[in-house]
Design a protein around this ligand. Structure first.
Ligand SMILES: Nc1ncnc2c1ncn2[C@@H]1O[C@H](COP(=O)(O)OP(=O)(O)OP(=O)(O)O)[C@@H](O)[C@H]1O
Length: 591
């Protein structure tokens, strides 16, 4: 009917199936067919048995039943009927056990594919280049990684099975009608095919649009909900919670409406088909009534038409419903097979070479501009840092400090120039080795809702206790942790809600130390830290100054840079000055 959407769906699955799974899919489809036939056969067998049972002496009148009766040597009609009833009961029992088993296998199979798609989606998104990752946003990614594969399984895979099994059932019915009465098929085709086709044409675009709109609305819901709960404090203080709640409710209201509309469309086909079938019956009747030469054959034909249409209708209905379901979930196919543009990804190169950092680290004529940006964010930056040095970076907001560090961390890749480690450029082939060397403590340290220990070790199953104690000590966390009832096993709350700002940053520092970071990038918090927090963080940085760690600090307060060997000042993506701490302080005092 619409080979487009069906072949599109099949192609999307093929990508995820191993060759053994492809065979399994065919085998599964065979089983689904058998269960559909059992369903049809069960109902078809019931009617003649009931008719024979209802009529005394009916067994002998029927050619097939009398044959069976005689060949099995039955002595009374009553025991034969009992035999038939038991047979039917056993058949239905078998049929239902069998179809349940097939349903189970089918759901297991589709769930396996669903899991594979989630896996592949996650791998895809974990390889996203950082700018594309930021561009897409976490709400959309969360939706595309979990929700979309779920909808794909229920909205594409399962309906595909239904579609094919109904096609097979319809084909069998049609063949039987051709054998039995070809004229009937012609009438059925004239009545049912255009209706079904028009019905599908009328609703398919609408249904597809509903799917797309639902897909637009879902990430927005995640995002607003996230704002509502993460921004609990700020939104409450600003008296904005109700406004955000209204936004979420408006979003959910539209979603519910679309859901209802989609549901309504799925109910329409059967009603329309029924109307047309009735119209067909009435037309033949009217023809018989008004053209008196119409034979009794015609009346019989009406009966047959009604019976055949009655059996075909549910199948055609399920077929249409499955197509609509796939149309509504078509966006999931677009998402899981889309975004394969190589520019969006920076996967880790499978060939990795070992690498050491012994002497120096250089930014060598680094230039970077964000995709689509008119201006360069970093303009020809060159500077060299010796191993073990502590280097500060200052400059007004937006001058490019974080971007420069992101190039060093390889989240952004320079358009020209190189990052040189001991004179050798960083390439995709030494990225894994580089990530072992470098650590990053962000302004808003990433914290998990777990214990202090798990936050420092990032959930290491076997913890190196000595390294952990060293990291805690160097990050000035010893006395704080000692004062906690459960020590390092104390839970820190969601995103570290039970910790102070300084404690959070120091956990980040401890994490870098536990990892045996050799080059640490420290982005000092811009948010107004109170004096105590500032003292705590400075104390930790101070301690680090006496290690052989190379430290690059983006500072917003001059005092943080007391132990720095050099301080680079950036302005509009360029290094405009290099300072020593004392000179800098003197300059500021003079100002
Ligand atoms: N993902 C991005 N896409 C486009 N432009 C960006 C992106 N991230 C940052 N920029 C722009 O690049 C410039 C440098 O930003 P950057 O974050 O490096 O500044 P910064 O010196 O670290 O500022 P701050 O001290 O406020 O953190 C800014 O003009 C910023 O708007």
């Amino acid at each position: 009917m619409d080979t487009g959407i069906i072949s599109y769906s099949l192609n999307s699955i093929r990508y995820y199936l191993t060759s053994s799974q492809k065979y399994k899919a065919i085998w599964m489809f065979g089983l689904v067919l058998v269960s559909s036939f059992l369903d049809v056969f069960g109902l078809a067998a019931l009617v003649p048995v009931m008719m024979v049972a209802a009529e005394p002496g009916g067994v002998q009148k029927s050619k097939y039943f009398s044959l069976l009766y005689n060949s099995l040597n039955f002595q009374s009609e009553r025991s034969f009927l009992l035999f038939l009833m038991v047979g039917i009961l056993l058949f239905f029992l078998f049929k239902n056990v069998f179809t349940t088993w097939v349903n189970y296998l089918q759901t297991r199979f589709t769930a396996d594919i669903g899991l594979k798609i989630i896996d592949s989606q996650l791998s895809k998104y974990l390889d996203l280049s950082f700018w594309k990752f930021n561009d897409t946003g976490s709400s959309a990614l969360m939706n595309a990684a979990l929700q979309v594969p779920g909808v794909y399984v229920s909205g594409v895979l399962r309906p595909l099975f239904i579609f094919f099994s109904e096609v097979a059932v319809i084909v069998v019915i049609v063949i039987s009608i051709i054998v039995y009465k070809p004229l009937l098929l012609a009438i059925l085709a004239v009545v049912l095919v255009p209706t079904t086709w028009l019905m599908y044409r009328a609703l398919r675009t609408r249904t597809q649009n509903i799917g797309h709109r639902i897909n637009e609305l879902r990430p927005v819901a995640f995002s607003v909900l996230n704002d509502l709960f993460v921004g609990y404090v700020e939104l409450k203080l600003a008296n904005k919670q109700q406004e955000f709640k209204r936004k979420l409710l408006a979003n959910q209201g539209e979603l519910q409406k679309l859901d209802a509309e989609g549901y309504l469309y799925s109910l329409l086909p059967i009603k329309m088909i029924e109307m047309v079938a009735i119209l067909g019956v009435l037309t033949i009747f009217l023809y018989a009534l008004f053209f008196s030469n119409a034979s009794t054959d015609l009346i019989a034909l009406v009966g047959l038409f009604a019976a055949a249409a009655y059996r075909l209708m549910p199948s055609v209905n399920r077929l249409l419903q499955s197509l609509f379901q796939i149309k509504q979930a078509q966006y999931t196919i677009e998402i899981i097979s889309g975004d394969r543009n190589a520019d969006f990804y920076s996967p880790v190169d499978p060939i990795q070479v070992p690498f050491t950092f012994e002497k120096s680290l250089s930014f060598d004529h680094i230039t970077y501009s964000f995709p689509g940006a008119a201006k360069q964010t970093l303009k020809d930056i060159s500077l060299t840092i010796k191993k073990g040095e502590k280097i500060g970076f200052i400059g007004s907001s937006g001058s490019g400090k974080t971007t420069l560090m992101n190039v060093l961390l390889r989240f952004y890749v320079e358009q020209s120039g190189n990052i040189l480690v001991d004179g050798k450029p960083l390439t995709p082939q030494n990225l894994v080795a580089w990530y072992k060397v470098i650590g990053y403590v962000k302004q808003d340290t990433f914290l998990m809702e777990t214990s202090i220990q798990d936050n420092i070790t990032l959930g290491d199953a076997t913890v190196d206790q000595e390294r952990l104690s060293y990291a805690i000590e160097q990050a000035s966390l010893t006395s704080f942790i000692a004062g906690l009832p459960e020590g390092v096993h104390t839970m820190i709350g969601e995103r570290g809600s039970k910790l102070s700002g300084g404690q959070r940053q120091r956990i980040g520092i401890a994490r870098a130390l536990y990892k045996r970071t050799e080059v640490l990038v420290l982005d000092e918090a811009t948010s107004a830290l109170d004096n105590e927090t500032e003292r705590e963080v400075n104390e930790a940085i101070n301690k680090l100054s006496h290690t052989d760690m190379t430290i690059l600090i983006i500072a917003h307060r001059i005092t943080t840079l007391r132990d720095c060997d050099q301080i680079y000042e950036l302005s509009e993506g360029e290094v405009v000055a290099v300072h020593q701490y004392e000179n800098l302080v003197r300059q500021i005092v003079q100002l």
